[in-house]
Design a protein around this ligand. Structure first.
Ligand code: MN
Length: 491
């Protein structure tokens, strides 16, 4: 363990902050050190190391000084008996509010899914999020460090915390667009929640990772030469699909547990300077390697995913006929994909210097009050939905579930929970559209209304002349809370 004083120096050096801000960080550091004096974690180390590490994670995400300070202080209310008033007095109301928010959400526990306390705490978390997203980022940093140090806990505890991480925190990181955190939380959660499955997959996948990596290295050398002719000097790296998402994928029906059927176990990432170079690179890649028919190109630059994700994805036949996924993006898109909403605070300073903030617009966090649309939705439901079971299912299906991305005929992107149907789509577009459904087309062809939509599909609702009464049997297949609530209203 590094000496505390060295860690303080390192932390201060890692911050891009004014002298005055650094003094505040130092003050918070001493304050937390003092508050947690003598406390130990179950791992045996001084408690304060956990606070320092949480602050380091936040500094690594380039969060503002208030967040780093809140990271240092995040357990002082709960574990050291410090009052919110003291924090306000010493560090200002903003810091105090973040720490209070983090303390409130720290009791989220997954026991039975109908557990009232769990639901109550989820409500609190979304409320806190709606007020200040930094609460959730500090909470995620806290959880990430806890997961990294889970080794020292008893097995029962490890399992509970790991499951909670997989069910609540990783999906949250995903919805906030923080890809790197989502992946790390998922792999750590996977390892502790399903140790046997994890170990089996790690050993079985090794040879597939190596094989694909080999193919990609061959392609890499060729593409570097060809792109150089076009005046493009990209960084080409390989992206290993992380274990948890690999595990989920091999369970799909069409994969049948066969790792050789997974084309993106290792993907190639081409990172360039400018957007137009992405398209030039795409052309160069397709001229060297034939694109795989039907699997096709996804242009998430022209149409970003609702969580802000941008890149072009294509699948091509690489050397030896091996199918390889290639992802093309700019450096800025790469940064945003890794850091998501955490990039916001860096940008709010950069904005005055004219740096684009489209990710913020895409995510709906430049709307007044910096709130995200889906957070607002949950907050408004929490006032309307009194039944905690119903609220829990709203949260689980709408906020934390896996998402698919579909398009309207006008190319607007909608994100819906996995398994959503054209009826869910209609109600997501507008309540009124849902009440005029006569039929639905997907990619131009008529489909039944209980059809399960897939990412990338274009959905069109065939409208009736007059409003209809949505039949109650639609309840059997709709997935979103919005659709369920509208259908129930009529019956
Ligand atoms: Mn903590």
């Amino acid at each position: 363990m590094e000496p505390i004083e060295d860690l303080l120096k390192k932390l201060l050096l890692s911050l891009e902050a004014s002298q005055k801000q650094k003094e505040s960080v130092e003050k918070a550091f001493r304050f937390a050190q003092n508050a947690h004096q003598g406390q130990k974690r179950l791992t045996g180390e001084d408690y304060f190391y956990h606070c320092i590490n949480t602050a380091f994670i936040l500094a690594g995400w380039k969060m503002d000084t208030d967040s780093v300070i809140a990271g240092l202080l995040h357990d002082t209310i709960e574990d050291a008996g410090v009052t919110p008033e003291t924090l306000s007095k010493e560090f200002g109301t903003r810091v105090s509010r973040i720490v209070q928010g983090v303390s409130k959400v720290s009791h989220i526990r997954l026991r039975g899914s109908e557990d009232e306390t769990f639901v109550e705490n989820l409500r609190k978390m979304f409320l806190a999020m709606a007020k200040d997203l930094r609460v959730v980022l500090v909470k995620l940093a806290d959880r990430l460090h806890n997961m990294r140090t889970l080794e020292g806990l008893p097995e029962v505890k490890q399992k509970r915390i790991a499951r909670e991480t997989l069910e609540v925190y990783a999906p949250l990181a995903e919805r906030l667009g923080i890809g790197s955190v989502k992946a790390e939380l998922e792999d750590l959660g996977f390892k502790y929640a399903y140790p046997q499955e994890y170990n089996k997959l790690v050993s079985e996948s090794k040879v597939y990772y190596l094989k694909t990596e080999d193919v990609i290295q061959k392609m890499r050398r060729k593409l570097l030469t060809k792109l150089d002719i076009e005046g493009i000097e990209p960084i080409i790296e390989t992206r290993k699909k992380h274990y948890y998402s690999l595990w989920k994928k091999i369970q799909r029906e069409d994969i049948e547990g066969d790792l050789s059927k997974i084309h993106d176990i290792v993907a190639m990432r081409v990172i360039v300077d400018e957007v137009k170079e992405c398209y030039v690179a795409l052309g160069v890649i397709h001229s060297q390697y034939t694109p795989v028919p039907y699997l096709g190109v996804s242009d998430f630059i022209a149409q970003p995913k609702p969580n802000g994700y941008k890149s072009i994805h294509t699948k091509v036949f690489g050397p030896n006929g091996k199918i390889v996924e290639v992802q093309i993006r700019t450096h800025q898109m790469h940064e945003e994909a890794e850091r998501g909403v955490a990039a916001h605070w860096a940008y709010s300073e950069a904005k005055s210097k004219g740096i684009s903030s489209t990710i913020l617009e895409t995510m709906g966090i430049v709307s007044p009050g910096n709130k995200m649309k889906w957070v607002n939705q949950l907050v408004s439901w929490q006032n309307e939905i009194k039944d905690s079971k119903e609220y829990l299912s709203a949260v689980k299906f709408d906020a934390l579930s896996e998402r698919i991305y579909v398009f309207s005929p006008k190319s607007d992107v909608y994100d819906l929970p996995k398994g959503a149907t054209p009826v869910d789509f209609a109600y997501a577009v507008h309540t009124k559209l849902g009440n005029f459904i006569k039929g639905a087309k997907v990619n131009g062809k008529m489909v039944p209304l209980n059809y399960q939509l897939k990412s990338g599909e274009i959905v069109e609702i065939v409208k009736s002349k007059n409003p209809i009464n949505p039949p109650y049997k639609w309840m059997e297949f709709v997935k979103t809370t919005a659709a369920k609530r509208e259908i129930k209203k009529i019956h």
